[in-house]
Design a protein around this ligand. Structure first.
Ligand code: AOF
Ligand code: ZN
Length: 373
């Protein structure tokens, strides 16, 4: 038999490895997606990885030139696995497609296509014109899931939204009038911190900010510097300048979305603590979310992690702005732990709207995590 079967097992395995590698810099590459390149060559004793690269912190250099630099001359005749179509444009660096051609790579296996109008098929075309064998779309769905933020910003001009809800077994998110009630355990909370670290920006409503006084930082050992921007929807400027959020605004950016004018009560004191204000339009007693998400995308942000509370979650769901839904369900009923008026969650595992398809179920200690897309 001549030729190779398209997308062999080996191709999928190397692509899976490249996709995992790309996660290394997720959330740390600015407006650029974190993508990876693996260069693989067979010197007669089976394939070996001769170079690897991940988009650098801040977004440059891209993955390909780093992998090529590591491989050096050995890149000639190699297969390159790229999780995103190599770029075709002259930015601050030369096009990656050209770099792969000059290095003499024989074959390129790509996962996701790049919707950047400067690329958009042109990257693969440059490679094919130079006689390189190109195979597109290998594990494309897996790669696209990790690149969802970037792809959503490029194709929909808005942020990719993950809504996380922590629920008790009886579908409650907490108690009215008390502070934070610990629902999920330590292991699940660490997972949430990891999700924060991989997001560009976290959002809560001012009600949750007032009730819980959260810090919303990533506090995993070694990842303390990975806290994303924290955004509070606070049209009425209710946020307390003595809150944990405001007090930490110099260390971890705090943005406040509000339509309040610059001289509004509390605004100068919050600004003096380092908070930044995002002008948002009021709409029926709330803030207009689609416009806000567009504004944030225009600032180069891609992934939004919505952490609460119930009213904010409901607004995102009602406006069909949730791309990924994560439910953390604790085993206990809140009614068994504490007395008081429960805050009813907008949905539970049993009432997830049909437009969301189950993605994965995992256990973090006693707590169950279900994600949907
Ligand atoms: C690649 N390899 O590792 C990444 C790519 O502003 P620039 O010049 O850095 O270009 C940003 C664009 O580069 C971005 O919109 C996306 O199309 C592509 N990202 N491409 O070949 C990489 N991160
Ligand atoms: Zn590039």
């Amino acid at each position: 038999m001549t030729g190779r079967p398209p997308s062999s097992d080996l191709d999928r395995r190397y692509m899976a490895a490249a996709i995992r590698l790309a996660r290394l810099n997720e959330g740390r590459t600015g407006a650029n997606p974190s993508v990876a390149t693996l260069l693989v060559r067979d010197f007669g004793q089976g394939p070996v990885i001769i170079g690897s690269g991940v988009t650098a912190l801040g977004g440059r250099p891209h993955a390909e030139p780093q992998a090529l630099a590591e491989a050096g001359e050995r890149a000639r005749g190699a297969t390159a696995y790229v999780t995103l179509e190599p770029c075709a444009h002259h930015g601050r660096t030369a096009p990656c497609a050209d770099a792969l051609v000059s290095a003499g790579v024989a074959r390129v296996v790509g996962a996701a296509g790049d919707p950047d109008p400067r690329v958009c098929g042109r990257g693969y075309e440059i490679l094919r014109r130079a006689g390189i064998e190109v195979e597109e779309g290998v594990l494309a769905d897996n790669a696209a899931r990790d690149l969802a933020g970037y792809l959503t910003r490029r194709t929909k001009n808005r942020l990719h939204v993950t809504l996380k809800l922590a629920l008790s077994a009886d579908g409650l998110m907490g108690l009215r009038g008390t502070g934070q009630v610990a629902l999920t355990g330590e292991i699940a909370n660490r997972q949430v911190h990891l999700m924060r670290a991989a997001s560009d920006i976290i959002l809560i409503g001012s009600g949750t900010a007032l009730a819980d006084d959260p810090a919303l930082t990533c506090r995993l050992p070694g990842l303390e510097d990975r806290s994303p921007i924290r955004l509070v929807l606070d049209d009425a400027l209710r946020l307390d300048p003595a809150s944990q959020l405001a007090a930490s605004a110099r260390r971890t950016p705090l943005w406040i979305a509000s339509s309040a004018p610059p001289d509004a009560d509390k605004r100068p004191s919050l600004a003096a603590l380092g908070a930044e204000f995002i002008a948002a339009e009021p709409l029926e007693g709330k803030l207009a979310l689609p416009e806000l998400l567009e504004d944030l995308a225009a600032r180069g942000l891609s992934t939004l992690f919505v952490e609460g509370g119930a009213a904010v979650a409901r607004s995102f769901l009602d406006e069909d702005l949730v791309d990924r839904l994560v439910l953390m369900t604790a085993p206990q009923k809140l009614a068994d732990i504490a007395a008081g008026e429960g805050i009813v969650a907008p949905l539970t595992r049993e009432s997830v709207p049909a437009r969301f398809k189950p993605l994965r179920t995992a256990w973090y200690g006693p707590d169950r995590m279900d994600s949907f897309e």
